[in-house]
Design a protein around this ligand. Structure first.
Ligand SMILES: Cc1cc2nc3c(=O)[nH]c(=O)nc-3n(C[C@H](O)[C@H](O)[C@H](O)COP(=O)(O)OP(=O)(O)OC[C@H]3O[C@@H](n4cnc5c(N)ncnc54)[C@H](O)[C@@H]3O)c2cc1C
Ligand SMILES: NC(=O)c1ccc[n+]([C@@H]2O[C@H](COP(=O)([O-])OP(=O)(O)OC[C@H]3O[C@@H](n4cnc5c(N)ncnc54)[C@H](O)[C@@H]3O)[C@@H](O)[C@H]2O)c1
Length: 448
């Protein structure tokens, strides 16, 4: 009779939990996973994937305009939100099925219910069933952080935005981070009037300030209204169903929807972590060592719940490293240096490595090469938007410390450039590479 029901019990079938569970099972472990909402987690169900599909859907507004400039006639063109929303949600259903199949094909047992920890090796499922496991992995992700003000109940988070009955004519987005900029871009492109409310005058803090300034300039040119140094005091629902937002000045703003995008907190409340003596940070993040082990030897945690880097590829790597370490006899740590990331705003921006500000603070003497150019694709556009690429190098060795860019397809281009930064290449290696012409990416090897 085995000592425990499972070798591994994972809480949460998101990016980190699914990867960890299937790799542990492939290493021969008997694995179960509990998921209280939908298999796939935030990225697949209400994050990266449906968001990117909405970005693609919204970009047609501009591209149809380009097509007309180039001689196409598009009669009776109009946009229907419900069609886009339902298409995206149908694809999410398809992906959820694929993730379920992956778990099933690896003999991972799935419990479609909430799980909580009752001890170092024990859990309770919402149905009341008690289970035991040699190891427990907490992969419960993060949850939208909602500020407090009267009328918050009338507002939505990114969880709800994928299911809106109607496209808002007027949308207020609160926050200056990834989610705020991405949804401001989507709804602006679709023709909604968008106001962004941000409590400081800085948005997208972790990105290079010059690139972010370019994004702001372009977004304002496209009609997004930015209210900096502003915060919501209250929201009231009017008789006509509209929301009246008080920003503390004498001009209340009337909108159809208010989307709160003010960060995501580690999802650790009510998990029973105290039953196993698991240490947490003040914001609820589970503290782990470099092998993802918590302060309880049999319990590990990966992904957003540990609040290291809230990105899907990072959660996936952590989950994989955990499974290799504990079940594959191959202890592995993650290298968190030079993680590329992007904001799928319109246009998108992307970066890897140190920003100019960070590089100057760390190295003092750095050189900055830039290309400020009008992408050929934008020649068709009524907006004369310019792309901006930046390379920051160490002054004497010319080793590349960071690359930052804004312009069409910049996330696609930056992923390739990130290999060079990770490999520690110098500016000379870029100069030695022949340009691929005509492309936007060629600017990277022509930087002055
Ligand atoms: C709108 C949005 C857009 C995003 N876009 C991007 C992007 O473009 N690129 C990118 O890299 N990242 C993006 N992210 C971030 C990315 O989604 C997360 O970093 C990633 O999903 C974290 O994975 P995880 O495994 O830690 O948690 P999740 O994927 O959140 O999975 C956690 C799972 O645990 C379940 N769960 C929680 N508690 C319990 C419990 N007690 N019992 C059972 N189940 C439980 C949840 O239901 C959830 O399914 C986005 C996030 C959002 C919200
Ligand atoms: N493209 C991507 O990779 C992508 C896309 C979406 C989300 N994500 C991940 O999800 C995480 C959460 O996204 P997010 O946009 O919610 O968070 P974020 O951390 O990017 O931005 C939060 C913003 O809200 C502001 N803020 C915080 N508290 C506030 C308050 N009380 N009132 C007003 N403003 C407040 C902050 O100043 C910041 O501008 C991100 O950190 C990111 O890691 C990634």
């Amino acid at each position: 009779m085995p000592e425990y029901d499972y070798d591994l019990f994972t809480i949460g079938a998101g990016s980190g939990g699914v990867r960890a569970s299937r790799v542990a099972a492939a290493h021969g472990a008997k694995v179960a996973v509990a998921e209280e909402y939908r298999v796939g987690g935030t990225c697949v169900i209400r994050g990266c994937v449906p968001k990117k599909m909405l970005v693609y859907g919204s970009m047609f507004a501009e591209e149809l305009g380009h097509a007309e400039t180039l001689g196409w006639t598009i009669e009776g063109k109009r946009f229907d939100w419900a069609t886009l929303r339902d298409f995206v949600n149908a694809d999410v259903d398809r992906l959820e099925g694929l993730y379920g199949n992956t778990l099933a094909s690896h003999d991972v047992e799935v419990f479609a219910e909430r799980a909580t920890i009752t001890g170092p090796h024990s859990l309770r499922l919402a149905s009341g069933r008690e289970v035991t496991a040699k190891y427990i992995l907490v992969a419960t992700g993060a949850w939208p952080a909602m500020p407090e003000f009267p009328g918050l109940e009338h507002c939505i988070s990114s969880n709800e935005v994928f299911h809106l009955e109607q496209q808002p004519k007027c949308l207020m987005v609160v926050g200056g981070g990834y989610i705020a900029m991405e949804f401001a871009g989507i709804f602006n492109a679709l023709g909604s009037e968008v106001t962004v409310v941000n409590r400081t005058d800085r948005i997208l803090r972790s990105y290079d300030a010059q690139i972010v300034d370019r994004m702001l300039h372009i977004a304002m040119g496209r009609g997004i209204d930015f209210r900096m140094h502003s915060q919501i005091k209250s929201v009231e629902k009017g008789a006509d169903g509209c929301l009246v937002v008080d920003l503390g000045d004498s001009n209340p703003v009337k909108v159809d929807q208010v989307l709160i995008a003010t960060g995501r907190d580690p999802n650790s409340v009510g998990l029973g972590l105290e039953c196993a003596g698991i240490e947490m940070a003040d914001n609820g993040a589970i503290k782990v060592d470099e092998y993802n082990r918590t302060s309880c030897d049999s319990i590990y945690a990966v992904g957003d719940v540990t609040d290291r880097v809230q990105l899907t590829p990072v959660a996936i790597r952590e989950g994989h490293a955990f499974a290799d370490t504990v079940f594959g006899g191959n202890p592995r740590m993650i290298d968190y240096g030079s993680i590329p990331s992007a904001v799928f705003s319109q246009p998108p921006l992307a970066g890897v490595g140190l920003t100019e500000e960070e590089a100057r603070a760390k190295y003092g003497d750095v050189k900055v090469y830039t290309s400020d150019f009008r992408p050929m694709k934008n020649i068709f556009s009524p907006h004369a938007e310019r792309g901006l690429y930046k390379m920051i190098v160490e002054a004497t060795s010319e080793k590349v410390l960071g690359i930052h860019m804004i312009g069409p397809e910049s996330p696609e281009i930056l992923q390739a450039a990130a290999v060079a930064v990770k490999a520690g290449l110098t500016k000379q290696a870029f100069d030695d590479t022949v340009a691929l012409h005509p492309s936007m990416a060629e600017e990277l090897v022509l930087l002055k």
